[in-house]
Structure formats: C-alpha cells, structure tokens
Write a protein that binds this ligand. Structure first.
Ligand SMILES: [Zn+2]
Ligand SMILES: [Zn+2]
Length: 256
C-alpha cells in the first residue's frame, strides 16, 4: 500500500514538473507582435523589477465554475509579494468563464481559450498575468502521469484544476491547499524566469536532466527524474520553498 502511494507521488511530480511528453513549460511560437504573446520567461525581469512596471494585475479565470481554495490564492499572493518588486501593489481579479469544447485540452486549445476570454493586459505601469483554471484534463494525461499546470506564454498559465483536485485532499494524498499552492507557485516561478528561463543563472543549479528546473532536492523548482522521492507529495507536510540558489537568481534579475 505504502509503495503504491509513493509510486503515485513520483508520477505526479514527474508530470507536473515536465518531461519531453508532459512539459510544464512551453515556448510559444515566435510571435512578438503583442506584449502577451512572447515566450515563457520573456517577461521575467519585467515581473521581478519595479521600475518599468510597479504594479501587477493577475486575472484568474475559472472555467465552468471550477475554482481553487481561497487559502491557495492567498498563498500565491504572499509568494508573489515576497518575490516581486511591485510597490504599487499586486491585485487579483476573478471571473467565471464557460467552455464546452471536448473532453480534454491541448495547449493550442488553452491558448485559444485565453485569447477569447482574457481581458487584463499589460499597459502603462501595470504588467498583467492570466491564469486559467480548466475543468478538464490535459490530452497527454495517462493514468497517474498527469499534467497539473503549464506556463505557456510570458504572462500566461493554465492550471488543470480538476486534476489537482483529483490528486489531493483524499486519504494518503497531500492536502488540497498544499498541492494547489505548490503547483501555482511552481508555475508562476517559471514566469519569473526559473530556472535559466529568462533569469540568468548565478550558479550552476539547473537540472541536467530537466531543462528549466533546479537540481537542489526539496526546492520548489526541483525535478527528480530517477528513483528518489525527496519531493514525495504524499508525505508533504509543508509547501516547498525556493532554495538559496533560485532566490539568488531572482534577486540578481531585480526580484526580492
Ligand atoms: Zn516546472
Ligand atoms: Zn532551486
């Protein structure tokens, strides 16, 4: 029983943190015509520093009524306040949207969903980020190997919220708030340019086996590709934090 749970935990981590098949970082095609259509990580410095954009607006879009625990949103807000220099504030807006297409999502469909529904865009001294919480799984999910979230443009995240709920809150599973917070913070940290994704490395800590992830065990951006179970979420008693090397990268690029 115990071994089975560990197996599930590892599958979750592998999928949520990306591989060739289920990457949680997707570089968008090279459309630089619009401020929100750039590659993942391209706005890292703009998010971290306060000089060009001293304010952040995060638009949370809930598809067909699915939504996170309020505590998880509070935790994400605290994480952003700790890391980003936004002296004029970090504001969240929430809105329900509807979508009836298909039983699962491709990343192209997620992009289309954003294009059809996003209303908050970067302007003046405000940088905007869109987070879509979808109620159907990613097309690449297989068994317990699932995608929990993807950073797919410079200011765009998708969270596979029904999948996050399916793998949390039950017996032998992490609490829902712990798993939600871990996934939201991890994906947002990719927008901040971690690891080596628009925010330059200050030390060699990118995982050689997993682009854009950290090789420090226990770090929020850690990716375990073989064997070990350090980030065993079934035993998760606290939300993973960024380690000192990831923090140093953010600080050198204008973050806190
Ligand atoms: Zn990742
Ligand atoms: Zn790290």
């Amino acid at each position: 029983m115990k071994i089975k749970l560990v197996g599930i935990a590892l599958a979750l981590i592998l999928a949520s943190c990306g591989s060739d098949d289920t990457s949680d970082v997707v570089d968008s095609p090279g459309n630089n015509g619009s401020a929100n259509l750039r590659n993942t990580g391209a706005s890292a410095e703009e998010l971290l520093r306060g000089n060009t954009f001293n304010q952040l607006e995060v638009e949370l879009l809930y598809v067909n009524g699915i939504r996170p625990e309020a505590s998880s949103i509070d935790n994400l807000k605290s994480f952003l306040q700790q890391r980003l220099n936004k002296p004029s504030g970090i504001n969240f807006t929430e809105r329900n949207i509807t979508d009836d297409t298909g039983a699962e999502y491709t990343i192209e469909e997620v992009r289309n969903l954003e294009d059809a529904n996003r209303t908050s865009y970067t302007r003046d001294n405000t940088i905007a980020v869109s987070v879509i919480f979808v109620d159907k799984p990613n097309e690449k999910d297989e068994g317990n190997s699932v995608v929990l979230g993807t950073a797919y443009r410079n200011t765009s995240l998708v969270i596979y919220q029904n999948t996050v709920e399916r793998f949390s809150g039950g017996v032998g599973q992490p609490s829902r708030v712990d798993l939600e917070t871990t996934v939201y913070n991890h994906e947002f940290a990719h927008l901040m340019g971690l690891v080596n994704l628009g925010t330059p490395l200050q030390s060699a800590h990118e995982d050689a086996n997993s682009d854009n992830h950290c090789n420090v065990e226990g770090c929020l951006m850690f990716f375990e590709i073989n064997g070990g179970n350090v980030l065993n979420m079934m035993n998760m008693t606290s939300i993973p934090q960024l380690d000192s090397q990831c923090l140093a990268d953010l600080q050198a690029n204008g973050g806190k």
